[in-house]
Ligand binder design. Structure first.
Ligand code: 13P
Ligand code: 13P
Ligand code: MG
Ligand code: MG
Length: 365
């Protein structure tokens, strides 16, 4: 049986009016390139979208994860897009392309990558999450709740196929190491790690009974430049739903809490993660608040059926309202922690300069 791979590859290659939205021309260029790749048989299907200033390529193919041709295709799309972004004078043109030339794999080159390969079920619902103004650790809380919290996921209690639980692969971003931990037995240990969202990031989730892949989060850039702080990478995640996995609603339910995440304004502030439909993924307030969109597809014969724009439901209105209230509350702290991140986590900081300036004046207390 042929396996299908879904690859979500994203990059910020330039924003319209600052770090705000992707210019329609960049989406057009991407669609043209991916249409050609589909005609050539390299990919089976694709969908292009954006969240804030991040351009998203959602692709299906039969070449497995980490395939050099697929990664090169995405790199070429982003490179062509960057040329257009430069012509248009878009802000931060080519921001996420950290290298000059492609060298086999996107790891460490700047774009974010989440990929999974699986044998299709007769009906295979998949949800793609894409976020802006935050970091991969932002998915720790919702993914934990979906796959480990029985108060969120009824299936953990009442569906025999989920009852054994899930295995979490957690990455230590500083040490560039991963560990597999088993829920529910090690639930408290898992939480002890993933509560430190800037360091321990859920990378993959497997169903325990058969090790079937259930979820994957982009940690591409983090894994190579580990050991030093590399900034907030606006992340993506892929989650499989239904018949032996959490139901669609169990995957989406955690986002009714706009939890605090890092990455707002200059990559240096905490703020609420606001779930929105595609058309509302246009962060403006203090460059935010951080946004997440969710697109639901059915995968059939490696084709993408859909999407449905999942957070455009009125049922998430209250989460958005709460996010706005939290945004007001957080903003009133101005430059004070915990709205502003701690010094070790700030993306752009003048703190070393300030310390240098007052060096002479620092006296024993
Ligand atoms: P610049 O205006 O100097 O780019 O910095 C602010 C910012 O938006 C950080 O990305
Ligand atoms: P992005 O990471 O989305 O480019 O935003 C940068 C920033 O600092 C916005 O304030
Ligand atoms: Mg940007
Ligand atoms: Mg962004």
């Amino acid at each position: 049986m042929v396996k299908t791979t879904i690859s979500v590859i994203k990059a910020d290659i330039g924003g319209l009016a600052g770090h705000h939205v992707v210019h329609p021309r960049l989406k057009e260029v991407s669609v043209a390139e991916l249409t050609a790749a589909k005609k050539d048989g390299l990919i089976e299907d694709f969908y292009v979208t954006a969240v804030g200033d991040d351009l998203q390529l959602i692709m299906t193919h039969r070449k497995g994860v980490d395939n050099p041709e697929i990664h090169e295709l995405a790199w070429n799309v982003f490179s062509k897009g960057t040329e257009v972004a430069k012509q248009l004078g878009l802000y931060g043109a080519g921001q996420d392309l950290l290298k000059d030339a492609f060298s086999g794999n996107l790891k460490g080159m700047g774009p974010g990558v989440a990929e999974m390969e699986f044998e299709e079920r007769p009906s295979d619902p998949v949800i793609v999450f894409m976020a802006d103004k935050t970091e991969p650790g932002a998915f720790n809380l919702p993914i934990f709740r979906t796959f480990a919290d029985p108060f969120n996921t009824a299936g953990l209690v009442i569906d025999p196929r989920l009852h054994e639980g899930f295995i979490f692969e957690i990455m230590d971003v500083f040490e560039d190491k991963v560990v597999e931990m088993s829920s529910p037995e090690e639930m408290y240990d898992i939480l002890a790690l993933i509560g430190t969202t800037g360091r321990y990031v859920i990378r993959r989730v497997f169903r325990k009974s058969d090790r079937e892949i259930a979820a994957v989060v982009s940690t591409t850039r983090l894994s190579l430049i580990a050991g030093k702080y590399v900034g907030k990478d606006d992340p993506v995640a892929i989650v499989r739903a239904q018949s032996g996995f959490p139901a669609l609603g169990e995957v989406l339910e955690p986002y009714t809490l706009p939890h605090l995440v890092a990455g707002w304004m200059r990559g240096s502030h905490n703020g609420p993660l606001m779930p929105v439909g595609e058309k509302d993924a246009r962060p403006t307030r203090f460059d935010g608040p951080p946004r997440v969109i969710a697109l639901g597809f059915q995968i059939k014969n490696s084709k993408l059926i859909g999407p449905s724009d999942l957070f455009s439901d009125v049922a998430f209105d209250e989460a958005r309202r709460l996010a706005n209230v939290i945004a007001d509350y957080m903003r009133r702290h101005g430059p004070f922690m915990p709205h502003r991140l701690g010094p070790e986590e700030m993306e752009y900081t003048t703190l070393p300069k300030v310390l240098e300036k007052i060096k002479e004046r620092l006296k024993e207390a």
